[in-house]
Ligand binder design. Structure first.
Ligand code: 5GP
Length: 194
């Protein structure tokens, strides 16, 4: 039996990490831990949230074809999905969650068209800016950079045609329920036709 690959994307500050981990718990899924060259931030757990690597280590993994996808999400900051753990979990029939950006989602969909992809939207721009500011993780320039990137990311997501579903995160528990229900439906359909 082969599993299901779930892609969850959304702009920074939309709440997608919380949503991802709640969906992971509810559906006993496996979260794919990416490698990244960005610095470890407060609250980040090495090996759980990311594997923090040097640029040299990242390049080596990329050049050895060890990544299912990768992207330079911010200038000079690269992120990538280690291929092996994903393939192994899928072979074991598991639901595997990738929390990646639109560039990464495009690469994955090209390689694995059966992957199911959800893009999480904020209710509106000002809510997004408020959330980016309120989480207190970044300084002013980082917040502005993330906000500008977030707006570009939403447009790119629409234009890419890569997403199966767009959901608006107005209320966290409702959004999680919606995501769980969409994924469950997709899983049931996949079982019916295999
Ligand atoms: P953050 O630095 O806020 O944790 O993540 C920044 C962005 O990088 C988020 O949009 C997140 O979805 C994306 N990201 C995290 N891991 C990966 C990955 O392995 N590949 C790609 N393409 N994007 C990733």
């Amino acid at each position: 039996m082969s599993g299901l690959l779930l892609i969850i994307s959304g702009p920074s500050g939309v709440g997608k990490t919380t949503i991802t981990h709640q969906v992971e718990r509810e559906l006993q899924a496996e979260f794919s831990v990416s490698i990244t060259t960005r610095a470890k931030a407060m609250g980040d757990k090495d090996g759980l949230d990311y594997h923090f690597v040097s640029q040299g280590e990242f390049n080596k993994a990329r050049d050895n074809n060890e990544l299912l996808e990768w992207a330079e999400v911010y200038p000079g900051l690269s992120y990538g999905t280690p291929r092996k753990p994903v393939e192994e979990a899928l072979t074991q029939g598991k639901l595997v969650i990738l929390e990646i950006d639109v560039d990464g989602a495009m690469q994955v969909k090209e390689k694995i068209p059966q992957a199911f992809s959800i893009f999480v939207l904020p209710p509106n721009e000002s809510v997004l800016l408020d959330r980016l500011t309120a989480r207190g993780r970044d300084d002013h320039s980082a917040i502005q950079r993330r906000f500008a990137k977030a707006k570009r990311e939403i447009i790119k997501a629409w234009e890419s045609g890569v997403y199966d579903e767009f959901i608006v995160n107005r209320d966290l528990s409702h959004t999680v329920k919606e995501a769980v229900s969409l994924v469950s439906k997709r899983r049931d359909n996949a079982t019916l036709f295999t």
